[in-house]
Design a protein around this ligand. Structure first.
Ligand code: FAD
Length: 642
């Protein structure tokens, strides 16, 4: 085995999206020598795609807003399954994180009196999303990148080396987290261009790798979203929480086929866009669930008045949480009232002057013009649900972002579970990245600098990780039965399986079928072979992604089969209602083989073990923020009694 380069750091952050960069800044500012590693180019993380804004109760547009209202909205959106302490910290700290961004150079859109402007979004009682047109994520990443460069310039002055305390390894993929006994010791990675392996040793690792959307065929997610961080944590022995909750955003493009799934931001509805079926009806008024009845307008007139006078009218049902809107669109299409290409119509053209549309929604205007030849200032868009976000993720401590069960492992951003319960509200991800990215960086630095002895990295572990990564080059000759498999074909079959059998509406029989198909794909993935060498070899990268996609897909399917109710991003046709008995139930996925070695296990057998646990009771002062009549709709009998 060739010698693998090693470097020593205090904290390694895997992922350079909003969560990873915010964690890295915090760790470095607290004195930890910090490395950031990401598989795309620095600045190209998925976060740049975020459009609508960042949710923070700054009360700039409506003075009644405050963290308690934001907390309430977040819990309602998540159907009370949220890790409530995370939701509390998030609502309290988000405004400071937005302000901080401005002090680092971000420039948000303004209200007439010069405050940071805030827009309406589904499930948020007041206008709450600070934004930069519909390109908020780009500004967020640009600002964090700028802050990193500023810190590196400081280091240059002091040490003569820009990268002495904060270094970015871009276009490098982590394939394993290594451990010394129970605790984290390093990450094993390869450079995507050269194929060269290397190890970054550190007592603390922050996982901030984003989501899993590429396991579904129709998705708004970028190529990076193959569930790597979820799988890395599982393999390192950290459980994943509530993986059944996958958000299908109601409005993705449906036509032409090459762009199916690309997001149509919720700001379109927040700014006044309405949904209509093929009969021209604003159908969302027929889909307001009981739990939300008192909060949404009963007529189009009232809904329309709300945009001008939100204090005396209720919001239109187009702004219900995403899970509700996605299900409604699905039902309309199923009932034969869809648009020509299998979606429904989303219209702003009759609601706002063309010039306002172009100013407030510039990306949407160009997206439809260039990709679909549709002028949204003159005609309606066709839209339908698209896999968008995973609420499930690494189980973490709310205050410290420490992953459960593995000392030295931390997680933040989309890869972490708990914050959003069963359904995330729009805008609550960007704020989550900053609030918990900071907390993860802070506690990782504290942990790393407090360890009495640095963990050791055993050569044998490095060699095993290298052998695992090289396997696709010799899969064919290793004696596995059957013909070699093309990794690209396996990706496609996996995506189709998840889309068709564990998608927006789920049924017991189909999920069982999905688990069988996943077992078959795991067997075939053992034979996924690639030709050529390690220098930029996309087939090899796809083959390595498969392990992660198969693991997270099994977690989603197993947990979805187990949860016999419908809640948030998990809808069962055979259990169509929310069941209060499941309100305080978390489902945890762990590796069936706790040693984390997959090679020795039979791929035909399930790799995931599921356990159920009861959530911590919600703190009484937080429960007191809700009316009793509302709590009755969500909480189990014994919880109410307590
Ligand atoms: P990311 O930004 O995805 O970063 C992940 C990082 O991990 C990347 O650098 C990647 O290269 C790296 N990585 C992954 N795997 C590996 C590996 N194995 N090794 C090394 N590096 C790895 N949310 C909002 O709140 N408001 C919005 O307006 C909004 N709009 C959105 C619009 C679109 C089109 C989409 C798709 C999402 C939107 N979201 C929005 C959701 C939000 O953008 C994401 O949830 C969020 O950006 C995730 O950030 P993150 O830091 O967790 O991960």
């Amino acid at each position: 085995m060739s010698v693998v380069d090693r470097q020593e750091w205090d904290v390694v952050v895997v992922g350079a999206g909003g969560a990873g960069l915010r964690a890295a800044i915090e760790a470095r500012e607290r004195g930890a020598r910090t490395a950031v590693i990401c598989k795309s180019l620095f600045g190209k993380a998925h976060t740049v795609m975020a459009e609508g804004g960042i949710a923070a109760a700054m009360a700039n547009v409506n003075e009644h807003d405050n963290w308690q209202v934001h907390f309430r909205d977040t819990l309602r959106g998540g159907k009370f399954l949220n890790q409530w302490r995370m939701a509390e910290l998030h609502a309290q700290e988000a405004p400071d994180r937005v302000w901080e961004l401005e002090t680092w150079g971000a420039l948000f859109d303004r209200t007439k009196d010069g405050k940071i402007s805030q827009r309406n979004f589904g499930g948020h009682e007041y206008p709450r999303l600070a934004h930069v047109g519909d390109r908020t994520g780009l500004e967020l990443i640009r600002t964090l990148q700028q802050k990193i460069v500023a810190l590196q310039q400081e280091d240059m002055k002091e040490t003569g080396d820009y990268e002495s305390r904060l270094k970015v390894f871009q276009e490098c993929t982590v394939t394993r987290i290594l451990k010394d006994g129970e605790r984290v010791s390093a990450v094993f990675a390869y450079d995507r261009e050269s194929g060269r392996f290397f190890v970054l040793e550190a007592p603390a690792v922050v996982v901030a790798t984003g989501g899993i959307g590429k396991s579904f065929k129709v998705t708004s997610n970028s190529w990076e979203y193959t569930g790597d961080g979820h799988a890395l944590a599982l393999l390192a022995g950290a459980p994943l929480l509530n993986m059944e909750f996958v958000q299908f955003h109601p409005t993705g493009m449906v036509w032409p086929p090459s762009v199916k799934g690309i997001l149509v931001t919720e700001s379109v509805r927040g700014d006044g866009g309405v949904l209509r079926n093929s009969e021209g009806k604003r159908f969302m008024f027929d889909y307001i669930p009981d739990v939300f009845k008192e909060k949404y307008a009963e007529s189009e007139e009232e809904g329309d008045r709300w945009y001008e006078d939100p204090d005396h009218n209720r919001r239109p049902p187009e702004l219900l949480p995403r899970d509700e809107v996605a299900r409604a669109i699905n039902s309309e299409v199923k009932a034969g009232r869809g648009s020509p290409h299998g979606g429904v119509f989303l219209d702003v053209s009759t609601r706002m002057p063309a010039e306002v549309i172009r100013r407030r929604l510039p990306s949407m205007y160009h997206q439809f013009k260039e990709l679909a030849d549709v002028d949204i200032t003159a005609e309606a868009m066709e839209v339908g649900p698209t896999c968008h976000y995973v609420m499930g993720g690494i189980a973490v401590d709310s205050d410290t972002a420490a992953a459960r069960g593995v000392p030295g492992l931390f997680a933040a951003g989309e890869v972490a579970g708990g914050m959003h319960g069963s359904n995330r509200l729009g805008g609550n991800s960007l704020s989550d990245l900053l609030v918990f990215g900071r907390r993860a960086g802070w506690h990782a630095a504290e942990y790393a600098m407090g360890v009495a002895e640095r963990p050791e990295v055993a050569e044998a572990q490095v060699n095993t990780a290298a052998a695992e990564a090289l396997r696709p080059f010799s899969a064919e000759t290793e004696g596995e039965a059957g013909p070699p498999e093309n990794p690209y074909t396996l990706h496609q079959e996996l995506q189709q399986t998840m889309n068709d059998l564990v998608g927006i509406i789920r049924r017991e029989g189909e999920m069982e079928q999905a688990l069988q198909k996943l077992a078959e794909l795991r067997v075939r993935a053992r034979r996924a072979g690639v030709e050529g060498h390690r220098q930029f070899n996309p087939g090899w990268h796809l083959a390595l992604d498969l392990r992660n996609m198969l693991l997270v897909s099994e977690c989603v399917a197993r947990a979805a089969l187990e949860r016999t109710e419908s809640r948030g991003g998990h809808t069962r046709e055979d259990h169509p209602t929310m069941d209060r008995a499941w309100r305080n139930a978390n489902l945890l996925c762990a590796l069936a083989d706790p040693t984390g070695g997959l090679a020795a296990t039979d791929p035909a057998r399930g790799q995931i073990r599921l356990t159920r646990e009861t959530t911590d009771p919600i703190r009484p002062d937080l429960l007191a923020l809700f009316e009793k009549e509302e709590l009755v709709k969500y909480l189990a009998e014994e919880e109410l009694y307590e």
